[in-house]
Design a protein around this ligand. Structure first.
Ligand SMILES: *[C@@H]1O[C@H](CO)[C@@H](O)[C@H](O)[C@H]1NC(C)=O
Ligand SMILES: *[C@@H]1O[C@H](CO)[C@@H](O)[C@H](O)[C@H]1NC(C)=O
Ligand SMILES: *[C@@H]1O[C@H](CO)[C@@H](O)[C@H](O)[C@H]1NC(C)=O
Ligand SMILES: *[C@@H]1O[C@H](CO)[C@@H](O)[C@H](O)[C@H]1NC(C)=O
Length: 145
């Protein structure tokens, strides 16, 4: 008894589950050290799919500390959503959109503050999978001479 529908479904399921399993978000560095008022570039890399456009890419990045969670970057289906961003990061975060296509998420954070210290988590969603990656940033106060 050969059931076409069942077979199609099984193949689709196998295809999707393997695609989801192999989607990764890596960090290029697990921890960063910086000084107050300096700039930094945090970088993640993720699995790319040859025939996928930026329109299928969504990204959600948060800073997680003991006291709070704040959003620093949000991209929804290829379009930036600045309204999602927390006041703390307003005007201080820039994403290098040219390299997104290559699977590189580069976030430039300028004029660092000590309260920017914590765990940075970026979730990446595409039509072929999704995952997340985390790194730490430790911003220390400027040395007093
Ligand atoms: C993620 O890291 C693994 C292990 O180092 C590596 O094999 C893989 O190619 C990386 N993938 C991406 C998309 O950076
Ligand atoms: C990616 O797509 C291009 C053209 O669309 C094709 O020539 C190339 O072989 C593809 N590469 C892979 C790794 O599938
Ligand atoms: C930090 O970035 C800002 C804006 O992105 C730039 O104006 C400034 O020169 C940078 N400072 C350093 C020390 O690179
Ligand atoms: C942050 O950096 C300072 C100076 O290097 C160090 O003393 C401190 O332990 C670091 N904090 C964390 C949480 O890594």
């Amino acid at each position: 008894l050969f059931d076409y529908k069942q077979t199609d479904f099984t193949l689709l399921w196998l295809f999707l589950s393997s695609a989801l399993r192999t989607f990764v978000v890596n960090v290029t560095q697990t921890s960063y050290q910086a000084e107050e008022n300096h700039n930094i570039t945090l970088e993640w890399t993720f699995t790319t799919n040859n025939d996928s456009s930026l329109n299928s890419l969504s990204i959600y990045c948060e800073l997680i500390t003991d006291h709070m969670v704040s959003v620093l970057y949000h991209l929804h289906e290829g379009v930036e959503v600045p309204e999602s961003q927390d006041e703390q990061f307003a005007g201080r975060v820039q994403c290098d959109k040219d390299v997104l296509r290559e699977g590189r998420l580069r976030l430039h954070v300028s004029r660092l503050r000590t309260e920017d210290s914590g765990l940075y988590q970026c979730e990446v969603f595409t039509n072929y999978g999704g995952s997340l990656g985390r790194c730490r940033l430790n911003v220390t106060g400027e040395l007093v001479q």
